[in-house]
Design a binder for this molecule. Sequence first.
Ligand code: AMP
Ligand code: MG
Length: 498
Amino acid sequence: MNAPQPLTTAGPCPDDAWLNRFAALGPAFHTELPPSGLPDPHWVARSAACAEQLGWADDWWQQDGTLAVLAGNALWPGMRPVATVYSGHQFGAWAGQLGDGRAHLLGELQTADGRSFEIQLKGAGLTPYSRMGDGRAVLRSSTREFLCSEAMAALCIPTTRALAIAGSALPVRRETIESAAVVARTAPSFMRFGHFEHFAHSDQHEALRELADFFIATQAPECLDAPQPVVALLERVARQTAELLAQWQAVGFCHGVMNTDNMSMLGLTLDYGPFGFLDGFDPGHICNHTDRQGRYAYARQPNVAFWNLHALAQALLPLMPGEREAAGEQLLGALEVYRQAFPDALLARMRAKLGLSLPQDEDRALVDDWLRLLAAHRVDYTIANRRLARHASDGGALRDLFLDRPGFDAWFERYQARLAAEPRPAQEREAAMLASNPAVVLRNHLAEGAIRRAQAGDFSEVQRLLAVLQRPFDEPALASDAGFPPDWAQHLEVSCSS
Ligand code: AMP
Ligand code: MG
């Protein structure tokens, strides 16, 4: 593949908008190298909402060179592309060095309103960290990542964003031959737990210190005011991860590959692979076909996050002053933040879903019993919660979901009694519940429908589905977008292959 062409025009942002602070860190942290683009690229999809966040004008995608840059074929002046090095624990075992095997951080952009976003291409060729991989991503997995990133953002769940997908006829070998694509993603920082683990496990403590100082200065400056900034940093990550996991559990999202290299230091949903949203409520649901043991099953995610935070704490230990044992105790103390924050955050989310605005002691049991009822007959999680939101106007539709009518009636009676203690008028509550219980989530069959058409050269369904997912709390024009999964969807298998 040819080297990307340096452009003389700046594209949708001025030349001096590029900060590139991670690139400036030096060669211990990354390898500077240009992306390897796609031959004869075309647009597959674009997110206007993501571009707006960058402060780009509406015609950003029509500007000179935008497609070439986002396909990896050109660079705007001021960009300084790097692939970063990290390590991590995969499926509970130390995996050693990993790194951006198919990601290029093109640069860090400062917006006019003073925020900064890294722009990363996924699938733009080999890097020194590609190991056995080919540095590419296929249209199928790129479409899933693109749609889910933007869907999560619209659900107000912390996530990396997706700006666009560039496609190409370039063949890529997976289980079958597929076509290549590049996703352009953005986040304030793509730093992972694994970045810290890398320098701790390889005994590069100076570099570890530099990385922590860098992250705190650029992303978590409030930690500098704490007596022990490293402890404050861990508490911050623990708190944000607790909030993230509460949101995943409440919406019924399974990540699928919660390895420490896929855990964001900003508590963002990161690296969309074999993710899935629950259809029928099943706490043991495993969305990743490759995860035979169910390490990352839905109900296990909160504990896995806690385990991953321990791995991060371990990586931060060399930065602590004083005696090792006492330092370890201090870091373990910081992890307690997660243990307290997660159940509270989850209960707050579930209260909102049930329309309970005035906390009461009985709420936890009421929520647990609701979930037990759903689990007993694998009732569709999204549809049941949505119908619960509408129960005042259409209680029959809710009751119809349950085979165990007496079981449902008993719970519903308790719920009605509980609502009697609520100060909010019913109409106001219903509006709030409809804003807490999405009508549409990115179920596998919805993504699959868009992918099949995209693979046949018709990208309109990707763009249509994006528009629906960007308004997840509205009733969609096509009722099937909010409906039960079709029978054929039960046989969809989603694996790590991407
Ligand atoms: P994942 O679990 O998909 O987030 O990826 C784990 C590691 O494998 C990361 O270091 C990725 O960069 C790398 N990787 C995955 N797929 C590829 C690929 N096709 N080419 C190069 N590296 C890859
Ligand atoms: Mg990853």
